[in-house]
Design a protein around this ligand. Sequence first.
Ligand code: HEM
Length: 143
Amino acid sequence: MTLLAGAFAAVTACSSLPYASSEASHDDLYNALGQQQGIALIVEDMLYGVAGDARINHHFKGVDIVKLHQLLTEQFCDLSGGPCNYSGRSMAESHQGMGVDETDFNALVGHLILAMEKHDVPVPAQNRLLARLVPMHSEIVGH
Ligand code: HEM
């Protein structure tokens, strides 16, 4: 298991903890990610990481990356308590038939972690965003 996958597994194991039980901490997370502009840069770097990763970039062949960047930015903004409403498809619908496995999932999350590191997002805030992605795992992997 890679270090990053291990880190994600640790987050998964802790996902029942009350990370963000109040609206205030939602807003804090949005701010810690650098608001709209910071999130857009994080998503951009994550997608560059994905594009350069031969383990997973075949999944993204032919995908409209500008649109994907816009939807991911909107989704993370929404999830972190920012002033956005995610307008894309459900995770189940958009990943249906893709055959995403555990390794693919951890690889993408690894690029997200690296992008957050690059933009100096504090580790507790990184973990809070990852914890909010955990419930999507079962809709994305194994379909
Ligand atoms: C935390 C994990 C993930 C999140 C939050 C996520 C989020 C999203 C979002 C918001 C979209 C846009 C939905 C739409 O088009 O309406 C999307 C599309 C897509 N995702 Fe993911 N995703 C995740 C993991 C993965 C993984 C692991 C892969 C493959 C390695 C993947 C491959 C794709 C592809 C190829 C599309 C474009 C689908 C299309 O345009 O038809 N995703 N994802």
